[in-house]
Ligand binder design. Structure first.
Ligand code: FMN
Length: 224
C-alpha cells in the first residue's frame, strides 16, 4: 500500500504504458473490484461489468487480434468511439497530446508506419500482464457511460493505492468479438472501454511524458 494521499495520487497521475511482466496477485485484483462495487451510479443501476483477462487468456487474445488484423479485420466498436465529434480546442488538445506522445517515443509525425506500430501496442496491452474490458447493457443511454467512467476511475485509484498502474483504453473497445472469444461478457452488453494494468516499468521512456492540463478558470465557472 502506498502512503500517498488521494490528493498526491491525483496530482502525480500519469497514464502508464510500460509494464513489468509480473502479474498482480489475483487476491489484490479481486479486493480492488470488490471495493469498487461501492461506487455510485445513476439510480443505483450499477450498469458496469468488468471482464479481466490474464495469463494464457491474455496471450490468446493478443495473438488472435494480431492474426485477425493481419487478415484484414476492421474495427467494429459497439459504442461510438471517443475520437468522434472533436472540434476546436478539443481537437487541438488531442493533436497536441498525440504530438507529445510521438515526440517522447522519437516517432516523426509523418512516419505513419511507426505511428501505426505505436497504436498497435494498445492490443499488446503495452506489455501489461492484465487487461480488463468494461461493458454495460446495449439498451442503456450514453448518459449511463458516466457510471462506467466513475467505476473505472474508482478501480484505477484503488489499484494506484496498491502500487498497481493502469492505462484506460478506448482502443480496447474496437474488437469486441475477439474479446468475447476469451472471456464472458454478459449477454446484451456492449464493451465501452478497456484498461491494461500491472506494475510500472520504472524509467521506461513511454512512461516519461507528463501531459498538461488546462488551468482551473478555463474549466470551471462559479456563481454566487
Ligand atoms: C476514456 C479514456 C480512453 C483512453 N484511451 C486510450 C487509448 O486507447 N490508448 C492510450 O494509449 N491511451 C488512452 N487513454 C489515455 C489518455 O490518452 C491519457 O489519459 C491522456 O493523454 C492524458 O495523459 P495522462 O493520463 O498521462 O495525464 C484514454 C484515457 C481515457 C480516460
Amino acid at each position: 500500500m502506498t502512503t500517498k494521499t488521494l490528493t498526491e495520487l491525483v496530482l502525480q497521475h500519469r497514464t502508464i504504458r510500460g509494464y513489468k511482466p509480473d502479474p498482480v496477485p489475483m487476491d489484490v485484483i479481486r479486493e480492488v473490484l470488490d471495493i469498487a462495487r461501492n461506487a455510485q451510479s445513476n439510480g443505483n443501476t450499477q450498469p458496469w461489468h468488468i471482464a479481466v483477462v490474464s495469463g494464457a487468456s491474455r496471450e490468446r487474445l493478443e495473438k488472435s487480434v494480431f492474426a485477425a488484423i493481419a487478415e484484414g479485420m476492421q474495427p467494429n466498436p459497439e459504442w461510438p468511439t471517443g475520437g468522434r465529434g472533436l472540434t476546436g480546442v478539443h481537437k487541438q488538445r488531442q493533436r497536441a497530446c498525440g504530438a507529445q506522445y510521438y515526440q517522447t517515443m522519437g516517432v516523426a509525425h509523418d512516419d505513419q508506419t511507426a505511428r501505426d506500430e505505436l497504436s498497435l501496442r494498445n492490443w499488446k496491452f503495452f506489455g501489461a500482464p492484465h487487461a480488463a474490458f468494461l461493458s454495460m447493457p446495449k439498451t442503456m443511454h450514453r448518459a449511463n457511460a458516466v457510471d462506467i467512467g466513475i467505476f473505472l476511475q474508482t478501480v484505477m485509484l484503488l489499484f494506484e493505492e496498491r502500487g498497481v498502474s493502469s492505462c484506460p483504453q478506448g482502443a480496447l473497445a474496437i474488437f469486441p468479438d475477439k474479446v468475447r472469444e476469451v472471456v464472458d461478457i454478459p449477454e446484451g452488453n456492449a464493451i465501452l472501454v478497456g484498461m491494461s494494468f500491472g506494475y510500472e516499468e520504472e524509467g521506461a521512456l513511454i512512461n516519461s511524458a507528463k501531459m498538461p492540463r488546462e488551468p482551473l478558470d478555463a474549466i470551471a465557472s462559479f456563481a454566487n
